[in-house]
Design a protein around this ligand. Structure first.
Ligand code: GAR
Length: 215
């Protein structure tokens, strides 16, 4: 029987290493879904090259081409809707989205943030963690809500913080975990194993994980 796979689009503003990690796990079958587009606000984003290499359409919706945020977001929604995705993935997308778009994709838009939320929201989270002196840091994949970096948490992964770390060293250590956490969360979404109850995400553990996988 031919089962139609779910689809998702990725929004990324820069390097796109998370985008790449997600594409790799689609290719090897770990994520049971199809990535149908990369959408960026930055015409120079390296993520565009990654999309091209993977044969995925890359759409540029450049913030600077629009008169205001409302016009930009109207165009962004139209671009996302061209692909009618089941899930919208924010993978290093560095703009705060307005309420219309967040509400439209409520329960089907996910973001990754390089801290253990609710600690260290906003920019330079890794540097904030180093400066605060925490001993454990990490990343969070969460559903997107109207409050920045405050939506229901799907997965967190941790790393140690050492005394000689700076923001860059800690960023690299966290990034390794981001590249595991994001595919895990997207896989769970497309397996239908996530339920949002209030601000808590319940993960259905009754479905057996596939053998040999890092579930
Ligand atoms: C990642 O560390 C991601 O967690 C962070 O930007 C980086 C993007 O890297 N996102 C945020 O800070 C969002 N608030 P990438 O382009 O190589 O995936």
């Amino acid at each position: 029987m031919n089962v139609k796979k779910g689809t998702f689009v990725v929004l990324a503003s820069g390097r796109g290493s998370n985008f790449q990690a997600i594409l790799d796990r689609v290719s090897d079958g770990y994520i049971p879904a199809v990535c149908t587009a990369l959408i960026t606000d930055n015409p120079l984003a390296h993520a565009i090259e990654r999309a091209r290499a993977a044969g995925i359409p890359g759409e540029v919706v450049s913030f600077k081409s629009f008169s205001d945020k409302q016009a930009y977001e109207t165009a962004l929604i139209a671009t996302i809707q061209k692909y009618n995705p089941d899930l919208v993935v924010l993978a290093g997308y560095m703009r705060i989205l307005g309420s219309e778009i967040v509400r439209k994709y409520s329960g089907r838009m996910v973001n990754i943030h390089p801290s253990l939320l609710p600690s260290f929201t906003g920019l330079h989270a890794q540097e904030q963690a180093v400066n605060y002196g925490v001993k454990v840091a990490g990343c969070t994949v969460h559903f997107v809500t109207e409050d920045m970096d405050a939506g229901p948490v799907i997965i967190q992964r941790t790393v140690p913080v050492f005394e000689n770390d700076d923001g860059d060293i800690l960023s690299d250590r966290i990034l390794v975990e981001e590249h595991k956490a994001f595919p895990q969360a997207i896989r769970l979404f497309f397996q239908g194993r996530l339920t949002i109850e209030g601000r808590v995400v319940k993960i259905d553990t009754n479905q057996a994980p596939s053998p040999g996988r890092d579930d």
